[in-house]
Design a binder for this molecule. Sequence first.
Ligand code: CU
Length: 186
Amino acid sequence: MRATVVGRTCVVLGVSALLLLAACGSDETPAPGGTEAEPGTEAEPEPKDLEARITIAMGEELPEMYFADSDGERGGAFTIPAGKIVGIRVINSGELEHEIAFGRGSDASTGEFEENLFASLPSDIFVFKPVKVEIEGSVFGEIEAEPQGDFWIRTVFPPETTGEWEIACFVEGHYDAGMKATLIIE
Ligand SMILES: [Cu+2]
């Protein structure tokens, strides 16, 4: 299953077999589970009720490509707790389209993980700009992000998911160019 987040004027998210949502050219769609920054503050909007959060930036410094944290550190490990409402903000700060997938047993030749973290773990997907979109209880294999794409994944990792996972971009050549990182659920 594939989902696409476009950073400019059109967002199309096809996240689960039950849910296909398209919203283009409007910023009127409310995001009932999300929260907006208070007027007059500079805070970025984020999903409601988060108890922990991480930011994963995607980008490239050719020929290298990377996942980095908010301090610019590449490759992780990104650490996030189990049993809490967590938000993973994903930003494509590069100039190329990327995707993000979470799993174990990566195979860059097929572009898939043997075990996909979110394939059976429902999460809520939030986009705040350029349209506001919230998709609840979705499962996905990977999410594609255009340059400037910026979205959140909100979920609760159950205890059986604790341990080490891999983050990868399987756009052709990107994994080998460095788009892999470690995610630790603890
Ligand atoms: Cu990539």
